[in-house]
Design a protein around this ligand. Structure first.
Ligand code: ADP
Ligand code: MG
Length: 287
C-alpha cells in the first residue's frame, strides 16, 4: 500500500467512530489497523483496537478477543495497552460463531464505556465462501461500523459488502493489498499461535481452585457438573478465567481435578483471589 492509500484510509477513519478492516489472511489488515491507530492517536484521539482475530492474536493471547488502547506510535499492535479480554475458547470462528460475535460486541461496549472515540476492529482472514460471508456480515450487523475497509486483490470482499452498496452505512472503502504483504503458511501461523500462548504462560503458577467456590462453565456458558467434566478428559484443557462480573481475567491450563479434595489444579498467571468462573474452551494447552 502506498502512502496516499494510507492517507485516504486515515481520512475516512478520522470521521468514523467504528472502523472494521476485512480481507483474507496476510492481506495486511493488522499492519493497516496499526498504522490507522497510530495516525489517529497522534491526532489526539482516544483510540481503541478490538482484535477479533482469534488465532493470530496481537492483543491478548490466542482464543481471546482483546480490546487495546493505542496512545501513540507503536512497533507492533501487540504493544497496545490491554483494556479488556473476552475468552472465546477457540482459535477459529468456524463452529464458534455466537461466542465470537458476542465477544466482539462485548469488547465494543467496553471501548464505549472506556470513552474511546475511535475504535478499529481487526478481523480474521475468514472471508471466503458462505461461511466467510455469513461471519463477516454478522460482524458488520453487530458492530454497526461507520466504515468498512476491504483489503482485496480481485474483489474477494465483494460478496460481503455488496448489500451495503445502496445503503448509507457503513461506508465501504476498497484498497489494494500492499505489494509488500507477505504470505505466511499454516505452519508459520501455528508456530505464531503456540509462541503467543507460551509467552502468555511464561509467568504462570500452579493454583488449586476450590470447586465449591468456582462456577465451571462450558463453551456456550452452560454450567458443567464437575464430575461430568472430570470424566470428560478435562486435563490439559485451555480454559478462560472470569471474575464475579463474568469479565475475562485471562487463561489457564487444567492440570488435574482432585475429586476427593474438591479442587481443580490449574496453571495460570492470573491472581487467584479474583477467579470466580472457569470456562472450558475447545483447545488444549500449548505444549
Ligand atoms: N504495507 C506493508 N508494508 C510492508 N509489509 C507489510 C505491509 N502490509 C503487510 N505487510 C507484511 O505482510 C505480512 C502480513 O501482514 P498482516 O498485516 O499481518 O496481514 P493480516 O493481518 O491481514 O493477516 C506481515 O509480515 C506484514 O509485516
Ligand atoms: Mg492480522
Amino acid at each position: 500500500m502506498t502512502s496516499p492509500e494510507i492517507a485516504t484510509a486515515v481520512e475516512h477513519a478520522r470521521r468514523a467512530n467504528v472502523t472494521m478492516v476485512i480481507g483474507e489472511s496476510d492481506a495486511g489488515k493488522t499492519t493497516l489497523v496499526t498504522a490507522l491507530a497510530e495516525a489517529l492517536a497522534t491526532r489526539g484521539l482516544a483510540v481503541g483496537v478490538v482484535d477479533a482475530d482469534l488465532g493470530q492474536s496481537e492483543i491478548g493471547p490466542p482464543t481471546t478477543i482483546g480490546l487495546g488502547r493505542v496512545r501513540g506510535p507503536l512497533a507492533r499492535l501487540a504493544d497496545a495497552e490491554v483494556v479488556a479480554l473476552h475468552f472465546v475458547g477457540a482459535t477459529s470462528p468456524a463452529g464458534n460463531l455466537p461466542a465470537t460475535l458476542g465477544g466482539m460486541r462485548k469488547m465494543l461496549d467496553r471501548a464505549r464505556d472506556a470513552g474511546l472515540d475511535r475504535v478499529l476492529i481487526d478481523t480474521t482472514g475468514l472471508i471466503a465462501g458462505e461461511l466467510g460471508r455469513v461471519l463477516k456480515q454478522a460482524k458488520i450487523e453487530l458492530a454497526d461500523p461507520d466504515l468498512v475497509v476491504c483489503l482485496e486483490r480481485a474483489g474477494e470482499c465483494e460478496h460481503i459488502v455488496r448489500p451495503y452498496r445502496q445503503l448509507a452505512r457503513p461506508v465501504v472503502l476498497r484498497l489494494p493489498i500492499p505489494g509488500a504483504a507477505r504470505s505466511r503458511g499454516p505452519e508459520e501461523r501455528r508456530r505464531y499461535r503456540q509462541g503467543r500462548l507460551q509467552a502468555y504462560f511464561a509467568s504462570a503458577r500452579s493454583v488449586a481452585l476450590d470447586l465449591e467456590r468456582i462456577v465451571l462453565r462450558g463453551p456456550a456458558g452452560e454450567e458443567v457438573a464437575s464430575a461430568e467434566a472430570a470424566g470428560g478428559g478435562f486435563d490439559s484443557a485451555l480454559v478462560g478465567l472470569e471474575d464475579r462480573a463474568r469479565d475475562t481475567l485471562g487463561l489457564a491450563v487444567v492440570r488435574r481435578m482432585d475429586a476427593e479434595k474438591g479442587t481443580l489444579h490449574v496453571d495460570t498467571p492470573v491472581p487467584e483471589e479474583r477467579i470466580a468462573v472457569v470456562r472450558i474452551g475447545r483447545e488444549t494447552s500449548p505444549e
